[in-house]
Design a protein around this ligand. Structure first.
Ligand SMILES: [Zn+2]
Length: 228
């Protein structure tokens, strides 16, 4: 297999998802040089970091953290763009492996029951072919040894016939709503909600609110990146 892989690479070299230089055998997804350029958040404390604090007064969040900072014109933005719009799903695995390695011994996450992604609307899922958070979730599931369950929440567009409130929400960039498929699935559970980027946090907030319609639900949040 290895010989075949090496041969394949000779004709179709893998390129760094950021700088597009050819990757060496030991590099995966991005080159070592770009890897050192990634703006890691390095937040060690899960309850007191600024990501957790950004949800204060909005929703109850146990812990929140992100692997990277997301900046205008930065490397994170470029990678996430490729992950979402250029079919490079492996970027999600790369982030998941990295964060998984960091978190595998983390005691604060040991009470998690399962990991769920912010869902895509089914039409968008069909169009893109994948949820950009799925690979990230699968790798985290592997390292944290917690199940990754993709069908707990559903995403629906708000109907066009809705009134002023819906228009107002659209204006605030919350034009979708989420629905628990079965309210009993999450009862008394600690859910790790995952997504690609936290911008305003409105999407995660909407998901967490829906999850907390069930009884005694704790929510923690983990994302690939956080917008400073
Ligand atoms: Zn590179």
């Amino acid at each position: 297999m290895k010989v075949l892989k090496d041969l394949f690479r000779l004709f179709y070299p893998e390129l760094c998802a950021n700088c597009e230089n050819q990757l060496t055998k030991n590099e995966n997804v991005i080159c070592t040089f770009c890897r050192h350029d990634l703006p890691l958040t390095n937040f060690k404390d899960y309850s007191e970091n600024k990501i957790s604090k950004s949800f204060y007064g909005r929703i109850n969040v146990e812990k929140a953290n992100s692997l990277l900072f997301y900046r205008k014109e930065g490397i994170t933005k470029k990678l996430i763009h490729k992950l979402k719009y250029k079919g490079n799903e492996e970027i999600g695995s790369f982030f998941g492996n990295w964060l998984g390695e960091i978190l595998k011994e983390n005691k604060e996450l040991s009470t998690i029951d399962f990991i769920i992604p912010v869902p895509l609307h089914h039409k968008k899922l069909k169009q893109r072919g994948y949820n950009q958070v799925s690979k990230f979730g699968e790798r985290l599931s592997f390292y944290l040894k917690k199940p990754f369950v993709e069908d707990v929440l559903e995403r629906n567009f708000t109907s066009k016939t809705q009134t002023f409130k819906a228009r107002f929400e659209r204006f605030n960039n919350i034009d979708t709503k989420f629905q628990l498929k079965d309210i009993s699935t999450v009862k008394n559970k600690h859910i790790l909600l995952i997504d690609d980027v936290i911008t305003t946090g409105a999407t995660l907030e909407a998901c967490a609110k829906e999850l907390q319609k069930s009884e005694n639900v704790k929510v923690s949040i983990l994302t690939m990146a956080y917008t400073e």
